[in-house]
Structure formats: structure tokens, C-alpha cells
Design a protein around this ligand. Sequence first.
Ligand SMILES: [Zn+2]
Length: 369
Amino acid sequence: MVNKKSTYAVFENSGKELHFEIIAIPELNEGEILVRNIYCTLCRSDLNTFIGKRTEKAPTILGHEIIGRIEAFGPNAPQTDMRGHELKIGDHLTWAIYASNPSSYYSLKGLPQKGVDLFKYGHEQITMTSNLHGGLSEYTILRRYTPIISINKKVPNPVAALINCSVATVSGAIRLAGNLDGKTVLVNGTGMLGIITCAMVKKNGVKNIIAADSMRARAEKARDFGADYVLTAGESETMKRDLLAVAPGDSQRIDVVFEFSGTPESMESTLKMLDIGGIAIWIGATFPQRDIVLNGEYLIRKLLTIKGLHNYNDQDLLHAVNFIEQYHNTFDFNSLVYDRFSLNEINEAFRYGLGENPFRVGINLIDKR
Ligand SMILES: [Zn+2]
């Protein structure tokens, strides 16, 4: 018997403030774990949903960049995490954005984020039988088939919260790029994912990191996370000319582009920045947009590869946790989270995120302020 209540913030539609509801926490089902949410950061997709730039099932509980601590185990709940560590009440957890049956068609192909009957935290509709599935809540019920990892409590909460969307997605992007040893990479769009990419590829053997953003100050910030050269994002010819002015010789030969801005113009222009044999990884474009203009002969003669990534898989989450546990003191990720809001100030937090555009707005779900 759980015998607790949970307050949660309800999103109904864009243009409407979130409101609070309280529910008696239901009995846990087979394989479920009850988690007391500790900290949630507002991902760009949460902000986009809030303003109607993308559409989610509603009413819903937003928030999927989140950590929590184990409060209770349901019948036959997992006793160990993905690393084989025993799970105990009070452990700090991160979990995948999805619960996905590991024996389904896409899971078996290594794409659990597209599995049949996929369940996505922070993206599900509130119904009579399904609730407490988003971060903007005191509690979350982790469903069966959720990849779970117990994390080192030394990692600051705002940084640990970044793991299960930003850092794990970047892990997936780096996996798709393949061996980065001695390569030159362009990171286009230095919001949270772009910044984390700079830090991760820096520890992955790359030779040069070029960071670009349409907002120059954001691109400059990437220097603190390993970027060697900084550009203002724009037309490919302008970017090439600017790169020529700052980067010597072979450092202008770009092997890999990580494209996070998601605009068709950026995907088109950065594709033209690639050297022969280059790889473009497209991650940012998760909202409705026009078609890309692409010349097939150009693609073929330059031997280019384009790969798209949406979310990530179990192994990407594991690499994300390992990376943050090892390097959370090497890079100042804490400085990227504006850490001033609690759950009861959630509408102010969204307005702050949209108006001031910090890398992330953090929501402290435990301490009252
Ligand atoms: Zn996200």
C-alpha cells in the first residue's frame, strides 16, 4: 500500500497556464517502481509544446529531463539497474525517456524509442488509468520495461537531470557519427545539446571542434566546453569564409556536422560545409517544417552521408550516465541551468525560459523556496 498523494502540474493546451491537481498514488502494478521526483529541467521541446510550436497528447504532465529517488517497489519490479547494481529505497535514479518492450520489432533492431506500444515519459495523456508519467510532479511511476540507472549522488541534481534527454541524445548522435579519432567536427546550434556535444567529442579523440550558432554569445560559450573555433551560423559561403580567417590548414576540412538548430536553412548550409566523405547528423528538426533542398549529384560526388536521430537507445543512456559521472567536475554544466524555481512556480519558470532563453530552466521538486 503506497498511501501517498502526489501534486502534479497539468498542461492542457498552448496559451493556457498549467494548473495543479492532486491524486492518491495508485497501487503499483507488475514491474513498476515509485519514484519521488527530485529535479526536472525544462527541455526545449517542453517550451515548444507550451507555446504550441509542437503538439502533444493532452492533458499531460510535461517534463522528461528528470531525476528521482526510489520510494517503493511494485510486485516483481527490477531489483538491479542496467549496470547490474542492486536497487534500494533512496537510490537516485535516471531513466530512459521511454518504456519499450525489449522483444518488439524495433527494439530488436536497436531502436527501442520506436517500439510498439511505446510509453514516453512527459508525453503521455492523463487518463483514469494512466497518470504520474511526467517530471512536473512530486512522483513518477516508472513502468515495466523502463531502462533504469542508479546514479552517483555526488553529481549535482541540475546536472544529473540533463542525462535522460540532452546527454543521452548526444550520446546517440556520437554513436551515429562513428570513430571521431583525429577528426574535425562542426557543432551547429550551441544550445544545451550542442554544448554537451562539444564536451563529449572533446573526450572522444577529435582533433578540432568548430562551434556555430546564430547567436554569437551562445557560440562563444562553447569555448568553455572544448570548442577550438567559433563561428556565427548562417549561409555556408559566409561560414566558410569566416572559418578560413580563424582556422589554419586542415582544420577547415569538416568531417562531421552535428546539426541541432533544426532549421531547413541550417541543414542545407552545413551540408555544404562538409569535406569529401563527410557525415551529417541531424538531430534538431523535431517540429513541422518545409522540405530540404538537396542536390543528389552534389551528395554523390562528395560521398556524403546524412543520418537522422530522434531520442536514443539503452546503450546511449548508459554512456550518458558514465560520461556525466566521470566529467561533471571537468566541465561546468551546472552553470547552464538557471536554478531558481520550484514546482509551484512552474508558470513563471516557463515564462522565464521563453523570455530569457537560458540553456535550461531547472525546477527543484523537493525543496520548498
Ligand atoms: Zn527533451
